[in-house]
Design a protein around this ligand. Structure first.
Ligand SMILES: C[S@@+](CC[C@H](N)C(=O)[O-])C[C@H]1O[C@@H](n2cnc3c(N)ncnc32)[C@H](O)[C@@H]1O
Ligand code: SF4
Length: 463
């Protein structure tokens, strides 16, 4: 069992603490967070970012967004659209290919990738030949360095052997499977039924095609889940021996996401039960020697991410956790996000609008944010906190006059969190404890200089 992985405080006391400290706040998958970014970000600014990327000469990470799915999972909060028409998918993929070619032309094919991720939606809902064409164009325009990592998100219900072969032949070795829960009543309520033995057979098939790393996504907080049903799911999932796991708290936003209204809210577990499920997942996977990553991800002890945690080198971006610190990222497709030293940039969200933008001017940039030095330092501080559980002022803080003192004061202001056991002194800052892991967002929020201007944004609860 990994030491200090789970809080030792009795559950009741944890519940009371959470109720006392619970506030609404961002999840900090980026800093500055997406609501701060500006609409109408100029394509020329993005292109200048691409030029800077080429001049730095480092390999990049790339994300390709394929938003279509065969059927609607009622909890889904992703940018996804249901269609049974292969024409709709192929028309979109043609535009995606155009965007990739235009980028390759702009950088004179001087970029290389160290990481490629296909996400969605359901990338394997794409007709096999079209998927192969898309990947071949990408690999020609932005070729991989040796041992580049390639990963894909799949819905096992629509993923065929042909899809797996096309991906494996092009160097994909990591696969991320949406499972969510094994309980039949839960599965029916969310409109996503897939039995344990089907999942086991699917994972065996993936491995036989050469996928050496399997990730499984779970969600707690869904209708009809109880701690008992959830613990059964955790055990069944553990037996599948995935290399990585994610256990997300269900984000219920029925005002914004219409199809979520079809879920019975009165059957969803109450807050204490929901928090208990998070603790159950932490306990169960820690007892199997998985390393806890951030708040709700897990990696097998031999996995690169577990090693990165042990060395304090974990980092993260919009594609998830990574052991490559500071890797810059390009996004292709509707709603995809790029992250470079100088900026965040996001494409337009709706596939139809994306198609039109690509047809009209070859690019689909819609929003973004140029980072100043203050942003970059705070981003580094918050990332270090969310990934490596350390709070300290980063080395380069002095370039902006007064910034070091401001941040040092904010670090000192976290002192009241020592007494309830969330943090402990470490170098010239703090180290977050196993209990404090539950409150990472609370600890990050004081460092966010944009929070005061976001009073009208609705955030989910911090825990
Ligand atoms: C972008 S989805 C794509 C995965 C793939 N389409 C599938 O369903 O198998 C990635 C993951 O986000 C998580 N997710 C989606 N909607 C969510 C929500 N409302 N709250 C929490 N997690 C969610 C699910 O665990 C899902 O597997
Ligand atoms: S969870 Fe995956 S398969 Fe289901 S609707 Fe969302 S993106 Fe599509």
């Amino acid at each position: 069992m990994i030491e200090h992985a789970v809080p030792t405080l009795p559950e009741n006391e944890i519940f009371e603490l959470v109720e006392r400290l619970d506030v609404r706040g961002p999840r900090y998958t980026s800093y500055p967070t997406a609501p701060v970014w500006k609409n109408h970000f100029p394509t020329e600014t993005y292109q200048a970012g691409l030029d800077a990327l080429v001049s730095r000469g480092n390999p990049v990470a790339a994300y390709l967004h394929l938003p279509f799915c065969k059927s609607r999972c009622l909890y889904c909060g992703c940018n996804s659209f249901i269609t049974g028409k292969s024409d709709t998918i192929c028309n979109y993929v043609d535009r995606l290919i155009t965007e990739i070619r235009n980028t390759g032309n702009h950088v004179n094919r001087k970029l290389r990738h160290s990481w490629l991720h296909l996400g969605g939606g359901t990338p394997t809902h794409t007709p096999v030949d079209k998927l192969a064409e898309l990947l071949d164009v990408f690999l020609g325009e932005i070729p991989g360095i040796e041992n580049a990592e390639r990963s894909v998100e799949v819905d096992p219900r629509v993923t065929t052997d042909e899809h797996l072969r096309v991906l494996a032949d092009r160097g994909f070795r990591r696969i991320s499977i949406g499972l969510q829960d094994f309980d039949e009543q839960v599965q029916k309520s969310i409109n996503r039924v897939f039995a344990v033995d089907q999942m086991k057979a699917f994972i065996d098939r993936c491995r036989s095609f050469g996928f050496v790393s399997v990730n499984i996504d779970l969600i707690y907080g869904l209708p009809y889940q109880t701690r008992d049903t959830w613990r059964t799911t955790l055990e069944q999932v553990g037996e599948l021996k995935p290399e990585r796991l994610a256990s997300f708290g269900y984000a219920h936003l029925p005002d914004k996401i219409k199809h979520q209204r079809a879920l019975p809210a009165d059957k969803m577990p109450p807050p204490r039960e929901r928090l208990g499920m998070l603790l159950d997942a932490n306990k169960h996977f820690a007892s199997m020697d998985y390393q806890i990553i951030g708040l709700d991800h897990f990696a097998a002890p031999h996995d690169k991410l577990a090693e990165a945690v042990r060395n304090g080198h974990l980092w993260r971006n919009f594609m998830g956790y990574t052991e490559i610190r500071g890797v810059e990222m390009l996004g292709f497709g509707a709603s995809s996000i790029g992250e470079m030293n100088e900026m965040f940039v996001q494409n337009t969200t709706l596939p139809d609008v994306y198609n039109q933008r690509i047809d009209e001017d070859g690019w689909a940039v819609a929003r973004g944010h140029s980072l100043d030095h203050d942003d970059r330092i705070r981003k580094e501080l918050i990332n270090e906190l969310m990934c490596n559980l350390i709070v300290r002022v980063p080395d380069g803080a002095d370039e902006t006059p007064g910034l070091r003192d401001t941040l040092q004061e904010t670090v000192a202001n976290l002192a009241p969190y020592v007494e309830p056991g969330l943090i402990e002194p470490h170098d010239d800052g703090w180290k977050v404890t196993a209990l404090g892991r539950l409150f990472l967002r609370n600890l990050a929020m004081p460092f966010d200089r944009y929070l005061p201007e976001q009073a009208n944004v609705t955030f989910s609860r911090t825990v």
